[in-house]
Design a protein around this ligand. Structure first.
Ligand code: SF4
Length: 687
């Protein structure tokens, strides 16, 4: 066995820690020096090689037999069946009866090709992806405010010199531990301010003088931000010169926060007035960053909440400065690139609107098709899932496990079962793949070439270290083979470097412009923050914002009076993550060390609440509302508020937290409500 190795990046989150994969019969990984991780990896990264050699890897395509079982078949048979399903569905029900559901972990090349495949090979508008559940509200807010959505519009290393960091709804100590090194400066200054209803691992980092934990009630992040903005303005802490020079809309925002005086904000959020005032004053003291995460974004008012965070940052004059800023911490591995290249329902490559006639002409020209033949904008993920088994008859899922990750998953499962044909591309038999009529086994990160775009908007190379299993194929090859069988127009390269070159041409002139980049250029090790035509742009707002007038938009937002989100129960469920698990757990639940450490979901509940309900540590409990019931062991802890319980969302079946979440969505971004669900908790009567 000859040894091979490749410098690449971790297969999991958007920090995209650099690693070297070494293959000499067995496969190991080693951390590699890179600005985001400085050689460090978390437990997920260290154990990621186990995914490659897992005995649970899919090695051949599977098709559903008449007896209901999935059985191995040849690639020709499987792809013929896929093409026939798409062809027959279109003939019988129209182009929009075929649909695609993509993922934020796919490489840029695959995300791009998936969007092109939907619009050109299938002619359908029905494409969206799981990033809709992840970043869509923050993306909508950033696009509206700045004219551009780049998660962090500055290098991560800028955070090292911060005096104050306000971190809202992000448990980075569990999700991306190497990131904590970038919080050290703020902690040394007593300036790490964490907003979370739980005393999470990250909130604990504020203790011993390192900062402040603002333990706001779930779903009150928007009032909290309005209240902080009120204090900043009322105490004369706003940066009037910056507001005048670089923004519009200040007066409307000033009026919108006028009634959020500290006492009202405190009553609404549960955060003491003194903490609110201290936080506002610290934020105004310079070298300050405001960062948001899914905890404040995955709400029906997610866009308004992210907008309120941006307003606060703009009023303080933070955005576009070298030593301060606002950003949102992208979660999925290619959460940033995944939303730039066309797998979103309303977008074409380059982060351009599919409704823009000029963008349609440009992209159609690159694809060699008539722009009039491109479908219109489709519908967002939750609505798309709602059409399954109704108007949508055939669905291809790539890089997503929707029966664990979508809101109200039992309803989603029923709709998947109502499809004529479900096709799933995955490297494991995920819970979604278990329902499929056709399963197509694909390659993993260390078995393929490509690019990813990190949470900083930095385009990086994913490199092949070893061959995949004999029967697995790249999604690029799969799409090309189906397109050929359908007689689709355009060309369908299976070479990632060629697909990237086409992506770069299609993105030219767009917001996320990659036109100056290529695999060969990236291989030289250059810094490549987009937009990149001839040079890198690490801080795109340094000279001005991306709106035509160069100004940022302050947009007034209102906090709706609290209403019960559903009939539910008397406790509020928040969901989140464990250090050892990732997203829907398709990968990490198959890694022995990770799953051994966190084999099951636990319900965090406050001792007083547990006592009231007769629940002891370790008891099996049922967490219920009108959508379903989740069973989990109780973890009794003072880390959580009396009125709140917590479940991780990595688990399937009876432990699946998204049995309880609802499909109601944010009107601007279509982000579902994942973080505020009414539930009742009781001892599990089934044991
Ligand atoms: Fe991988 Fe994220 Fe962990 Fe880094 S922090 S090793 S990218 S999972």
């Amino acid at each position: 066995m000859t040894m091979s190795s490749a410098d690449t990046h971790c297969p999991y989150c958007a920090l995209q820690c650099a690693m070297t994969v070494i293959h000499d019969g067995s496969t190991t990984v080693a951390g590699r020096d890179f600005p985001t991780n400085r050689g460090g990896l978390c437990a997920k990264g260290w154990t990621s090689a186990e995914l490659l050699a897992s005995p649970q890897r899919l090695g051949m395509p599977l098709t559903r037999r008449p007896d209901g079982t999935l059985a191995e078949t040849t690639w020709d048979e499987a792809l013929d069946a896929v093409a026939a399903a798409f062809r027959d569905t279109k003939a019988a029900h129209g182009a929009d009866a075929n649909a695609i559901f993509g993922g934020g972990g796919l490489t840029n090349e695959k995300a791009y090709q998936l969007g092109k495949f939907a619009r050109v090979a299938l002619g359908t508008s029905r494409i969206d992806y799981n990033g809709r559940f992840c970043m869509s509200s923050a993306a909508a807010a950033s696009n509206r405010a700045f004219g551009m959505d780049r998660g962090l519009p500055f290098p991560v290393t800028d955070l090292d010199d911060a005096r104050t960091i306000l971190l809202l709804g992000s448990n980075v100590a569990a999700t991306m531990p190497p990131f904590l090194a970038h919080l050290a400066g703020a902690r040394a200054n007593g300036g790490l301010m964490v907003v979370d209803p739980r005393r999470s691992a990250t909130a604990r980092l504020t203790e011993d003088g390192a900062g402040t934990h603002l333990q706001a009630a779930p779903g009150t992040d928007l009032p909290l931000l309005l209240g902080l903005t009120h204090i900043v303005i009322a105490e004369g802490l706003a940066d009037r010169a910056y507001i005048e020079e670089r923004t519009t809309g200040f007066d409307a925002v000033r009026r919108s926060v006028a009634a959020w005086w500290p006492e009202r904000t405190s009553t609404t959020t549960g955060v003491p007035v003194a903490q609110l005032r201290e936080t506002a004053r610290r934020l105004a003291a310079g070298r300050t960053y405001i960062l948001t995460g899914r905890g404040v974004e995955q709400h029906v008012d997610g866009t308004a909440t992210a907008t309120a965070a941006i307003n606060l940052a703009l009023v303080l004059g933070l955005v576009g400065r070298e030593d301060s800023g606002y950003g949102t911490l992208t979660g999925q591995g290619n959460g940033q690139g995944g939303r730039e290249h066309g797998q979103k329902a309303d977008q074409l490559p380059g982060y351009r609107s599919i409704r823009d006639p000029e963008a349609r002409r440009h992209v159609a020209g690159v694809w060699g098709v008539d722009h009039d033949d491109l479908p219109d904008a489709g519908i967002p993920a939750t609505a798309l899932l709602g059409e399954l088994g109704g108007p949508v008859k055939t669905l291809l899922v790539a890089g997503s496990n929707v029966v664990v990750s979508a809101p109200d998953v039992e309803a989603v499962r029923a709709r998947l079962e109502a499809l004529d044909t479900l096709i799933v591309c995955d490297f494991f038999l995920s819970e979604t793949a278990e329902l499929a009529d056709i399963v197509l086994p694909v390659l993993q990160w260390a078995e393929e070439e490509g690019t990813m775009t990190s949470l900083e908007g930095r385009v990086i190379r994913r490199r092949q270290a070893l061959p995949g299993p004999d029967g697995a194929r790249s999604e690029l090859w799969i799409m090309a083979e189906i397109a050929r069988r359908l007689g689709a127009a355009s060309t369908w390269s299976t070479n990632p470097a060629e697909v990237f070159d086409e992506l770069a041409r299609a993105s030219e002139g767009g917001i996320a412009d990659y036109s100056g980049l290529s695999h060969a250029l990236l291989d030289t090790g250059i810094e490549a923050y987009w937009p990149y035509r001839s040079e890198s742009t690490p801080r795109p707002f340094a000279e001005g914002f991306a709106h035509a007038d160069g100004l940022a938009r302050l947009v007034p937002v209102e906090a709706a009076p609290p209403t019960p989100t559903d009939r539910g129960g008397d406790l509020t469920l928040v969901t989140g993550r464990y250090l050892q698990q990732y997203q829907s757990g398709t990968q990490t639940r198959r890694v022995s060390e990770l799953n051994g450490a966190r084999p099951e979901a636990q319900l965090e509940i406050h001792p007083a609440t547990a006592s009231r309900l007769g629940i002891r540590e370790g008891a099996l409990v049922a967490v219920s509302n009108e959508r379903g019931t989740v069973r989990a062991r109780a973890s009794v802890t003072t880390d959580i508020r009396h009125d709140t319980v917590f479940l991780p969302f990595h688990y399937a079946g009876d432990e699946c937290a998204n049995r309880l979440t609802e499909a109601r969505v944010d009107p601007t971004s279509a982000m579902p409500e994942f973080k505020r669900t009414r539930v009742t908790v009781a001892l599990d009567a089934t044991v």
